[in-house]
Write a protein that binds this ligand. Structure first.
Ligand code: SAM
Length: 280
């Protein structure tokens, strides 16, 4: 089943949180000259047109990136992310949204590498076309979880692995944990960033227990909810699980989360949280 299309959701509050965390990790990795690998297991199409029938049908970006774009009080730490978005909107008007692979392309240096995987028959060619002239990038059509076995450890022995499945199949909640264990066994010093939606809180709690049971240490949980938990259908919150986070990330997110929440949930509903699922 491959019915999920990210174009309906591009730039929503969950993308804002995900890409903020992604950009902070990439900036931290750039503090050392040594190259690193950016591995994106579920890369999507790359570029999304916000003024399109799909994006406008749901209007999700209006309650996401549009709320933090061109604000007077933007925290400096959001600059790498927002500059990457601005690179696709040179007129100043918000028309396109870069997905995770294009944000990485903007932020990576000539010595870094990208390994991108996308399974969807329509999104894969779009992604491949985006990167056809980028010698740093390898774009594959296939199962992203397999890459965690096939491509790790990277020769550079440094890297960020972003795992961002659609969770349209319940098995994804288990597959991400298995995939992370496989990757971690090969590359224990990598930074792993896993995105998760909160649709049913129980599902997330189960996933956390399974992650804890892997024995992996240094697992930071970052969450932003725009509505209280609910057992009705729909995503109320999303979060990022970061294994081996750069040392500054916790402090940076502690400063950013209240600002993001104020902008993304102007009515004050929902919550933010930042805690160690498993400490050192
Ligand atoms: N990471 C992207 C971003 O932040 O811009 C968005 C990715 S979207 C949430 C999830 C993507 O995973 C979809 O484009 C979907 O087609 C793709 N997908 C679904 N199952 C997959 C699999 N087993 N391996 C790789 N990609 C898959």
């Amino acid at each position: 089943m491959l019915s999920y299309r990210h174009s309906f959701h591009a730039g929503n509050h969950a993308d804002v949180l995900k890409h903020t965390v992604q950009s902070l990790i990439l900036e931290a990795l750039k503090e050392k000259e040594k190259p690193f690998l950016y591995l994106d297991t579920h890369a999507g199409a790359g570029r999304y047109q916000l003024a399109s029938a799909r994006a406008e049908r749901t209007g999700e970006y209006l309650e996401g990136i549009a709320r933090i774009w061109q604000q007077d009080d933007t925290p400096a730490q959001l600059e790498p992310y927002l500059n990457a978005v601005a690179a696709f909107n040179r007129s100043g008007q918000l028309r396109y949204y870069p997905g995770s692979p294009l944000i990485a392309r903007e932020l990576l240096r000539p010595q870094d590498m990208l390994q991108l995987t996308e399974l969807h028959p329509s999104d894969f060619p779009l992604l491949r076309a985006e990167f056809q002239n980028d010698k740093r990038a390898t774009v594959a059509r296939g199962d992203g979880y397999q890459q965690l076995k096939a491509k790790l450890p990277p020769t550079s022995r440094r890297g960020l692995i972003l795992i961002d499945p659609p969770y349209e199949m319940k098995t994804d909640y288990q597959a991400v944990v298995t995939g992370i264990s496989e990757g971690y066994r090969r590359f224990a010093t990598g930074v792993y960033a896993l995105w998760y939606p909160v649709v049913l809180r129980q599902q997330i709690k189960r996933m956390f227990h399974e992650l804890e049971a892997t024995g992996i240490r240094r697992i930071l949980q970052i969450e932003l909810a725009i509505r209280p938990d609910s057992d009705q259908r729909g995503m109320t919150a999303s979060g990022m699980i970061v294994i081996n986070p750069p040392w500054k990330l916790e402090k940076q997110m502690a400063a950013l989360l209240p600002w993001l929440h104020r902008k993304l949930a102007p009515g004050g509903t929902g919550h933010v949280s930042l805690s160690w699922l498993v400490p050192e």
